[in-house]
Design a protein around this ligand. Sequence first.
Ligand code: NDP
Length: 288
Amino acid sequence: MTVPTQFLSEIIALFGSPVAENPTQYMQEEAFRAAGLDFRYVTLEVRADQLAGAVQGMRAMNFTGANCTIPHKVAVLPLLDSLTEAAERIGAVNTIARQSDGSLLGENTDGKGFIRAARESGRDLAGGRALLLGAGGAARAIAIELALAGASEILIANRTPARGEELVQRILERTAARSAFIPWEATLRIPDGIDFVVNATSIGLYPDVEAIPNVDFTTIQPQQLACDVIPNPPRTPFLRAAEERGATTLDGLGMLVYQGAIAFMLWTGHEADVEVMRRALERVFAAA
Ligand code: NDP
C-alpha cells in the first residue's frame, strides 16, 4: 500500500438549506475518484443569514470551489469578485470557482447543462422557438442559455404572471431573442411552430411524482423536443404524455449530470466521466 506524504486535498463545498438530501456530493465524489483526483466535496447546511460568513470562510480556507443551491443562488452574487457573462445575465449563480489569483468567480451551469443535453440529443438550437413552462431559477437559466445558443424566440408560460413577465423582460433586455408571456390560468395550449417545450416548473418533483403540468397534450407535435427539469424519476408523467403524442423527449437527469460535469471542469480542468456521474445519481435515487 502506498502511504501518502501530502494531505492538502482540494475542497469543494455545497452551500444550501435544507441541503441534506441533495445528491451532488455523491455524484461529484464518484467522478473525482474515477478521475484519480485528490478532491473532496462536502455538503454544508448554511442558513440564509450565514451565507456571507460561509463565503468568507471559503476564502479563508482556500476552498477550490463551491455549489450554491436554494436559497443562495441569487443572494451569493454580491459576495463574489466576478461573474461569467451568462451568470450576470441569468442573475443567479450555482457554481463558484476560485481563480489563480484567489478571487471567486460565479458561474451558472444549470442552463448550460440543459443546452449540452439538448445538443447531445442531436437538436440544432439556433433559430429554434421554445416554450418554457415556469419562470423560476431553472427556467431563467435555461431561457438565457437558449437565447445565447441562438434560439430565435422564447415564450414563457407561468402560473404567477408577474414572475413570468419579469423573465420575459430579462430575455428581451439581455439577449437578442424575441420573447412574450403566455398566461397560464387554465389548460395551456402549445402555440403552433414551437420546436422545444420545456417543463421548467417543480411540478413532478419527488415525492409528488405523478403530478403533471396542466397542458393540452393534443397540441404537442411529433417534431417537438419535450424536455423536463425533474431528474427523479427521469421519465416524468409530462415526458410520458409528450412521448405518446410522438414527441422526442429529454429528461432532467441528463441536465443534472451535465451541469455537474461543467462545474467539475471549472474546478479541476478535467473532463468528468458523465457515465460515472449518471450511475451515481441513479444509485442515490434508487436508494431514496
Ligand atoms: P423555483 O421555486 O424558482 O420555481 C418553480 C417554478 O415552478 C415557478 O415558475 C412556479 O410558478 C412553478 N410551479 C410550481 N408549482 C406549480 C404548480 N402547481 N402549477 C404551476 N406552476 C408551478 O424553482 P427552480 O426553478 O429553482 O426549480 C424548478 C425545478 O427544477 C425543481 O424541481 C428543481 O429540482 C429542478 N431543477 C433541476 C435541475 C437539473 O439539473 N435537472 C437544475 C435546477 C433545478 P410560480 O412562479 O407561479 O410560483
